[in-house]
Design a protein around this ligand. Structure first.
Ligand SMILES: Nc1ncnc2c1ncn2[C@@H]1O[C@H](COP(=O)(O)OP(=O)(O)OP(=O)(O)O)[C@@H](O)[C@H]1O
Length: 571
């Protein structure tokens, strides 16, 4: 019922499918009825009178069946693809709106299997199964009425045949549904495993763990097999019984029909027509069982899809205020944050005041909460307590788009997309000019991009040209600084650079940072020099704030944090 909104725009096509399929079914019934006329007419009276009319009608019926079939199949194909596309687009759009916490909680394989095989099951059922359930029910009822009108005792018997089929199908679905859900979840886990091994191929090879992973895969695949087999066993238990019903009906019809003909209650032609029509009643009976199974599969798939569609985006626009002319005054006021999956907060009572144009470095031992703090500025996570303001406005009261236009970020792990260099750089600012892109590349010391085979149009990222870790990081930095954002959040963006390139990037960054408010996660003394002040994080709270020299002189813990940094290289 919830999916009907997706079926509604295709209602016309579904109706065409329903009517053309109904017409085809009705025309099929003409065959046995013409046979009856043939046997009880020309055959019985050994004459050719009316033979050509009957033959012409049979030919016409056959032609019309082809035409309806063509129309029906066309309607089905366009409807099914349309519904699936609409659902897939919505699902993808919704996944993009969902918060970082959602994506951290869900395995990507589970999302993938929902967006592919589950959607396919739902789309195909909406455009095919649902229509045919209606159609087969109507056909069954229609044929039953014709059978009752030919010879009511046998007609009633055939009509009653639907009852055992329904009972058996209900039993089948009760055992089959939980297995079907389990199988779909297990396929999701298997997809995650495959994805992980593809992405982590280098690490797996380097550690010689491919055998271990093969075993893990075999175990997961074995589980999928066991569930698939269990499903097969359920079908094996119920299906022969369901199939036996039409067989029994045919036997009873032949026996009862022969009696009726012998007693003169039926003509031979009527018996032949009855048996011929019976096959049209058997097909809906058979397929109803199968269609109901499809319906159950689609219901499970839809349930899995709605688990994503029903997830709240979490981070949304709250009564947005009008657009700001952002100066870049960033304040953390008694900010605390707890990951939804954790009991204890990661950040507590964080008070920071970063003035417009100021660069504040965040230092602290690993796990002290530096990255988490940077994620709050872009609202990738929302604070659990306190507030963050930009020019005095709570960032939750700013439209997300405004906030993310003014706040730009580069993370430690530079993700590049399978697109051109230019598209990667202008990801957050599609309207950036060539000059702005060139300036960003200069600042990030990423001018190597011009020397790539197709310059800035060279495709990089997955299935694109391979770049070194340092090159990727420089492009990610260029992406962050393009168009001179008001607020810049950089999480150790120079970690993969050699000493010389780092010095060059730092020199160029200095010019950007003079006019930009920046939060800079630092791990080594060389990067700290870019900052006007440093905040030392310790166990999620601010332990000290001051200039690099002040902290070096007065806070022993600060000296330890920077000294302990493994990448520090004498310069
Ligand atoms: N998605 C998450 N869910 C739950 N806990 C998390 C999550 N991400 C980080 N944490 C925890 O939050 C704490 C702070 O992590 P964070 O990454 O902010 O530290 P960090 O100071 O940036 O560390 P590093 O210098 O190693 O990058 C850690 O204890 C970490 O285990």
């Amino acid at each position: 019922m919830r999916l009907r909104t997706y079926a509604r725009p295709h209602a016309a096509r579904l109706l065409v499918l329903l009517f053309s399929a109904a017409a085809a079914q009705a025309l099929q019934i003409v065959g046995p009825l013409l046979t009856q006329r043939l046997i009880d007419g020309p055959v019985r009276h050994r004459t050719t009178d009316g033979l050509w009319v009957l033959a012409g009608l049979a030919l016409l019926a056959a032609l019309l069946i082809q035409v309806s079939d063509y129309i029906g199949r066309r309607a089905h194909a366009t409807g099914s693809v349309g519904i699936e596309t609409a659902l897939r687009t919505d699902l993808y759009g919704h996944m993009q709106r969902l918060s970082l916490s959602f994506h951290e909680r869900w395995q990507s394989g589970q999302l993938l299997s929902r967006a592919t095989s589950d959607l396919r099951a739902v789309g195909s059922f909406l455009a095919f199964g649902s229509v045919f359930i209606v159609l087969q029910t109507v056909t069954y009822l229609g044929v039953s009425i014709v059978l009752i009108s030919i010879y009511w005792p046998l007609g009633l018997l055939v009509t009653a045949g639907v009852l055992p089929v329904m009972v058996l199908t209900y039993g089948l679905s009760r055992s089959y549904l939980p297995l079907s859900r389990r199988l779909q979840d297990e396929v999701g886990d298997l997809t995650s495993l495959v994805e992980e091994s593809v992405l982590g191929f280098r690490t797996i090879r380097a550690f010689g763990r491919h055998r271990y992973l093969n075993e893990k895969f075999a175990e997961a695949a074995g589980q999928v097999k066991r569930t698939g087999l269990a499903q097969g066993m359920v079908i094996a238990r119920y299906w022969p019984a369901i199939e036996a019903v039409p067989g029994f009906l045919l036997g009873a019809t032949l026996l009862g029909g022969a009696h009726a003909v012998a007693n003169g209650a039926m003509t031979v032609g009527e018996l032949v027509a009855f048996v011929g029509l019976l096959t049209f009643a058997i097909w809906p009976l058979d397929s109803l069982g199968w269609l109901l199974g499809e319906a159950q599969q689609a219901a499970t798939a839809a349930q899995r899809v709605y688990e994503i569609l029903d997830a709240e985006p979490g981070i949304v626009d709250r009564t947005p205020t009008e657009q700001l002319d952002v100066r870049g005054h960033l304040r953390f006021e008694d900010v605390s944050f707890r990951y939804p999956t954790e009991k204890d907060p990661v950040l507590q009572h964080v008070d920071l005041d970063v003035r417009p144009g100021e660069t504040l470095a965040l230092a602290g031992v690993s796990g002290s909460g530096k990255t988490t703090l940077t994620l709050l500025v872009d609202r990738l996570h929302d604070v659990s307590g306190g507030r963050i303001t930009l020019d005095g406005v709570d960032i939750r009261d700013l439209p997300l788009e405004t906030l993310r236009t003014h706040v730009s970020a580069a993370f430690e792990d530079p993700t590049l997309f399978s697109a051109s260099v230019r598209e990667n750089i202008t990801l957050g600012r599609p309207d950036a000019t060539d000059e702005e892109v060139a300036a960003a590349l200069r600042i990030a010391q990423a001018e190597f991009a011009y020397d790539l085979p197709w310059g800035l149009d060279t495709r990089i990222g997955e299935k694109g040209l391979s770049l070194s870790g340092g090159q990727r990081q420089r492009l990610a930095l260029a992406r962050a600084v393009v168009g001179r954002p008001r607020v810049l959040v950089l999480d150790d963006p120079l970690s993969a650079l050699d000493v010389e390139t780092e010095a060059l990037v730092e020199k160029a960054l200095r010019t950007v940072l003079t006019g930009t408010t920046a939060l800079l996660v630092v791990h080594r003394p060389s990067t700290v020099v870019l900052a006007d002040r440093v905040a030392l994080l310790d166990g999620g709270t601010i332990a000290a704030v001051g200039t690099h020299e002040e902290l070096l002189a007065t806070v022993p813990a600060y000296r330890n944090v920077l000294d302990a940094t493994p990448q520090e290289v004498p310069r």
